[in-house]
Design a protein around this ligand. Sequence first.
Ligand code: NDP
Length: 326
Amino acid sequence: MQNKQKVLVSAPLADDLLGRIEAEYDVVTLPSSTVLTAETVGEHADIVGWLTTVKQPVTASVLAELPSLKTVSNYAVGYDNIEVPAATERGVQICNTPGVLDDAVAALTVGAVLNAVRGLSRAERFVRAGQWVAGNPFPLTTDVHGKTVGILGLGRIGKKVAPVLHALGMDVTYHNRTPIDGEVPGDARYVSRDDLFAQSDVVIVLVPLDASTAGSIGAAEFAAMKESAFFVNPARGTLIDEPALVDALRSGAIAGAALDVMTTEPLPAEDPLMTLENVVLLPHIGSATVETRCAMADLAVQNLLDTLAGEQPKGAVNELKVGASA
Ligand code: NDP
């Protein structure tokens, strides 16, 4: 009997999903905390498929050690951990999980906006610290209705966020590199990037992390924002110049922020963000619900199996040249 081809799984998968891969392939599993490098990945040189998370850098030098690899299926919609041009060059199909997490990440984003503007986390800390006593009311916050929200990156997730904030009475604006044709969810109006930062009461960042967006929001953007404005980042930490954000929060250049993502994750205890009362800090939980993670895992497995079977995967990131294959 012919030996099965080998697949590496370094993402958390339920037994039934693992079983679907094991039915056709010899599966090697690693904890999702494992990070393989060009020096250590050689042990798995014969894999044809790899299902992994955004914590695993899939660089050109890692790919160079995997000559049989046909696909990397990322258990995420973001794929900033992968050097896609190098993968395309080698004929490796990169896959992600678009669509199935939009509602969950949108709900978390709306929650983060409300938390920042209405001070929900601060208010809970106030109660738990025993400060809610007669004569010491929690300080007044501000309304979201009647205010302007600017979404930088109105894509799959942003289009789910926009109508909810619109229903809460917000005037929704957005900036993409290309304005959207036709009807835009939440009646969102297109504005320039400069106007988005200058005019919004809440700025939400939902652009993908890539070479053009990394570090693209810094001191100039925070200086352009209103002093009463809030900054919400559910996208990726390294889009932001974090020291500049800390300065803006400390100096009162902006009123507050809510972050689901940071430059260093998990956030170190000694990080300056930890000392600030006017920032809501969440542990990268945008898609972290039972239902959504199941749907993401299901799609990541299907992407892997479809690609290895020679079929077009639903979550294809790169387009391979006909005949290109490692
Ligand atoms: P999409 O690709 O659907 O949307 C991204 C949008 O950003 C597009 O409308 C695009 O429009 C716009 N865009 C891209 N580059 C720029 C730019 N330089 N300037 C302005 N606009 C730009 O992405 P999703 O909505 O699916 O996801 C967004 C990001 O959210 C992901 O990349 C990921 O990093 C993050 N995410 C975070 C999660 C969490 O757990 N916190 C979970 C899931 C996703 P155009 O091309 O016209 O510019």
